[in-house]
Write a protein that binds this ligand. Structure first.
Ligand code: ADP
Ligand code: ZN
Length: 526
């Protein structure tokens, strides 16, 4: 900025009120902004709709110089810059949609300090031309938006993000703020490490989205189930339906239209013009259903999305949180609905095991998938499981998810849990479900023989349940906090609660798996 807000503590509030027209800061905004304005690095983890943008826009106005915002989405950049200009902020973007003359004008404004915020795509940022431009510009701040794009595990991975550490190397005194709505521990650590932000202060907001009701139903006839749900709850609302494949996206959109429900498809296989047109219609219209693959959603700013349905489960809880988080950004009640079946589990496992990825990558993915399945199968509050995954504790069941609203049938799984947990303990707390189940079922595999696990007391004590049922038991033990998964190696470890179960100090209720009940035929296909 040109310093018109002064540098006292009231400068940020002054900017908030006089430029943005808001009365007060929300959540941790004031703290974050203060920290950044003083020239410190920050990693901001805040759910979608939490108000991340102001965390760099206000420092941009208060600090002297130009703020460079790295954003992976051209459409989003344009929206933000338009909105800022309407507020009288000197903002611009630099990306491939700009002509050479326009780009030169922005570059000149930067060098002359006649601009406060420049949004730039990551691939442009690391070009020699832009780096040279930065050398000639007085810089106020680097803001790295959608910072989870640096994570190689996520489906938003952008290789150019890996090069962003160059900014700090060349301009070590310019503060940086990285922002994301994705915050599992893995991604968080990856952001810190890859962007060189290990010393940055982390601002972790609550990830609870209390206005979203979570529901997971066992798959029977998924489309009919979904349509019934929509007819009952959202006959005229806009929402998103996620499917695993492009073909299923097309089929489902066509089917919904045939049922009288207006729907559009969106996936990476459609021509760019069609994608853009469909996205545009979705954002502008009221009651449209967008049927999409994961390619749809990042940066979509439509506050009144009333439902997000998953006809197929996503690959991880993190993806689930992100995708369902697109519902109810306006704070009004919204639904997250998912149908989940045994065949999905088989498919996700197969995809994972057949992927080209190396062993360590696969172990991480396996841990993530297990956490997701645990969420699907929990007999407890889904919100507690979800927040627990983000290392956040919700003291009481939420009262706003399906298991809270209609408690599920549970069976006394104490003895099964004791067997499962003892197997973990006696094998040294190093193994994942696969090997432990071999021990419980008394399978003398090579690994079992090698480790002499056939001599353990728990060897073969679990023949009363099938392999699939033991998998469900382990997932539920993880979901309910009796075991933790080492995300690096995939092994289980007992928690204090788990130890209490082994000692007979606690009982364990397990969910009757309605999917297993119905799909006996494929239950051992895993
Ligand atoms: P995010 O990037 O975290 O998804 P945004 O920055 O887009 O969230 O903010 C979400 C909405 O909340 C926007 O409409 C924004 O203008 C509004 N908002 C943010 N901070 C405040 C505040 N302190 N007071 C009122 N509204 C705010
Ligand atoms: Zn709940």
């Amino acid at each position: 900025s040109n310093g018109s807000f002064g540098d006292g503590p009231e400068a940020a509030l002054d900017a908030l009120q006089s430029v943005f027209g808001y009365d007060s800061f929300r959540g941790q905004q004031a703290e974050i902004i203060d920290h950044v304005v003083r020239g410190n690095d920050a990693l901001v983890l805040m759910p979608t709709g939490g108000g991340k943008s102001l965390c760099y826009q206000i420092p941009a106005l208060v600090r002297d110089g130009v703020t460079v915002v790295v954003s992976p989405l051209i459409a989003l950049m344009r929206d933000q810059v338009t909105a800022l200009k309407e507020l009288g902020v000197r903002a611009a973007f630099l990306n491939s949609s700009l002509g050479a003359a326009e780009a030169r004008e922005v570059e000149r404004d930067m060098v002359q300090g006649e601009i406060d915020l420049v949004y730039v795509a990551p691939e442009r940022l690391v070009t020699p031309r832009f780096l040279d431009l930065l050398d000639r510009t007085k810089l106020a701040l680097f803001a790295l938006d959608e910072a989870h794009c640096v994570s190689q595990w996520g489906h938003d991975f952008r290789p150019e993000y890996l090069q962003l550490s160059i900014l700090h190397e060349r301009h070590p005194t310019v503060p940086r703020v990285a922002l994301t709505a994705t915050a599992d521990v893995q991604t968080r650590n990856e952001i810190k490490e890859k962007l060189g932000l290990t010393e940055a202060r982390v601002f972790l907001s609550s990830f609870d989205r209390p206005n979203i009701t979570y529901r997971v139903v066992p798959k029977k006839s998924e489309r009919q189930q979904m349509l019934a749900f929509l007819n009952e709850n959202h006959p005229e609302d806009a929402g998103i339906v996620y499917c695993m494949s492009r073909a299923k996206v097309e089929d489902t959109a066509a089917w919904l239209n045939a049922q009288g429900r207006e729907a559009l498809p969106y996936h990476a296989g459609l021509p760019a013009a069609v994608r853009e047109a469909n996205q545009d219609r979705f954002i502008k219209s009221e009651g449209l259903v967008m049927v999409a693959t994961v390619a749809f959603g990042m940066g979509i700013d439509k506050p009144n999305v009333r439902f997000v349905c998953h006809l197929d489960p996503p690959k991880s809880l993190e993806a689930y949180y992100q995708e369902t988080g697109r519902a109810g950004r306006d704070g009004l009640p919204a639904n997250a609905w998912m149908s989940y079946g045994m065949a999905d589990v088989v498919m996700l496992r197969q995809m994972l095991e057949q992927s080209e990825a190396g062993d360590s990558h696969r172990r991480v993915e396996r841990g993530k998938l297990d956490a997701l399945l645990g969420f699907c199968e929990t007999s407890g509050c889904r919100r507690q499981v979800l927040l627990n995954y983000f290392n956040e504790t919700l003291a009481e069941p939420c009262g706003n998810c399906d298991t809270c609203l209609d408690p599920v049938e549970i069976w006394d799984g104490t003895v099964a849990a004791q067997k499962a947990l003892s197997a973990v303990y006696r094998t040294g707390q190093r193994y994942g479900a696969g090997h432990l189940i071999d021990v419980l079922l008394g399978n003398t595999t090579e690994k079992v023989a090698q480790q002499a696990h056939d001599t353990l007391k728990t060897f073969g004590v679990g023949k009363d349940l099938s392999k699939t049922e033991w998998q469900s038991v382990y997932r539920q033990l993880v979901a309910n906090g009796f075991l933790t998964v080492d995300l690096e190696y995939g092994g289980f470890r007992l928690t204090d609660a788990g130890v209490a179960v082994i000692k007979g100090q606690r009982t364990v209720g397990l969910r009757k798996d309605p999917v297993l009940e119905r799909r006996r035929g494929v239950r051992d296909a895993l």
